[in-house]
Design a protein around this ligand. Structure first.
Ligand code: FPP
Ligand code: MG
Ligand code: MG
Length: 325
């Protein structure tokens, strides 16, 4: 019974996500200018995991009045906001690949990439008005959190501030916030009860942080991400494994610490740093931390009614930990 129910639910969610794709496909058509249409399609059409729309779709079944129309709108809003932030992020990170294609900053130059990011954000802001004031407020506050997280990453920790707690604040802002909002948006489209929204808010923030922690680990461990591996290392962005290494007093960690402090602009130096880091004990330690946080996220699902949506969210906790790209 459960299996058949889960299968039907999966088919239902897939159908919902097809609706979201149709909407995302229509966004560029709203551009009067053919160049803006092309440049804004560049990253949208490259695909991506569509993790945020998936979360909207899953939680859109948790309230008494589900609506495909509202869930599609909410999904488009969070995905467009995410894509907009990627246009900006790739400029700031000087990235050259995104979702397996040339990043927009390389394809069109930094200034255009920033403007197209703004254009996409404007489309998200226009769509969200159709959902009502509560959605508009959450979308606006999420934008502030994204920006604050990104600024925190660029500035680094202040003197006397614990670097690990700074890093956790950064990822809560730059990634946790929009993933939390995706989880909330879905539930809000179906008018879920306040106590469900409260638990989902905590779940979303935690799973969002797990998502970014995994992403940062993948930047080190994977060679098939569709992005340039080692980008964080090269930019000297301290992510969890590096912070664990910094905190280690083991003298055997010294050579790697030295290497990571060097200028890693040279590709061969970067490759050497990556391979040493991949063999380090900090990778396992980072994985343990990620798994503990995924369990904390799972625990928040306990108040949800038993059913296919809850089981699907439970599976998301496993998938976010085990993903490799
Ligand atoms: C990717 O992180 C970037 C983010 C998750 C958020 C970036 C946020 C902004 C640029 C501010 C908001 C701007 C708008 C227009 C909404 P990453 O660089 O660690 O990940 P990556 O490996 O995918 O590049
Ligand atoms: Mg980046
Ligand atoms: Mg970045």
């Amino acid at each position: 019974m459960t299996l058949a129910e889960d299968e039907a639910f999966r088919a239902r969610v897939e159908q919902q996500l097809e609706g979201v794709e149709r909407r995302l496909g229509q966004v560029a058509l709203g551009a009067d200018n053919p160049f803006i249409a092309e440049a804004s399609r560049h990253v949208i059409n490259a695909g991506g995991k569509r993790f945020r729309p998936l979360l909207v779709a899953l939680t859109s079944h948790l309230g008494p009045q589900p609506s495909d129309e509202r869930m599609e709108l909410a999904s488009a809003v969070v995905e467009l906001t995410h894509v907009a932030s990627l246009y900006h992020d790739d400029v700031m990170d000087e990235a050259s690949m995104r979702r397996g294609v040339t990043s927009a900053n390389v394809a069109y130059g930094n200034s255009i990439a920033i403007m197209v990011g703004d254009w996409l954000f404007s489309r998200a802001s226009s769509l969200v008005t159709q959902l009502g004031t509560e959605f508009v407020r959450l979308q606006a506050d999420t934008f502030s959190e994204l920006v604050a997280g990104q600024i925190g990453e660029m500035r680094g920790s202040d003197a006397g501030e614990d670097p690990l707690s700074h890093y956790l604040d950064v990822i809560a802002g730059k990634t946790g916030a929009l993933i939390r909002t995706s989880v909330l948006f879905g539930a809000m489209t179906s008018h879920a009860e306040p106590r469900v929204l409260e638990a989902l808010g905590r779940f979303g923030m935690q799973i969002g942080m797990v998502f970014q922690l995994s992403d940062d680990l993948i930047d080190i461990t994977s060679t098939t991400t569709g992005k340039t591996p080692g980008t964080d290392l090269r930019e000297h962005v301290a992510t969890l494994p590096i912070l664990l290494l910094d905190a280690s007093e083991d003298p055997e960690d010294e050579p790697l610490k030295q290497l990571l402090a060097d200028d890693l602009a040279d590709d061969r130096e970067l490759a050497r740093a990556l391979s040493m880091l991949r063999a380090s004990h900090v990778i396992e330690e980072a994985r343990d931390e990620i798994m503990a946080r995924a369990e904390a996220a799972r625990a928040e699902l306990a108040i949800l009614p038993q059913g296919p949506a809850r089981r699907a969210l439970d599976r998301v906790c496993d998938e976010v930990v085990s993903r490799s790209h």
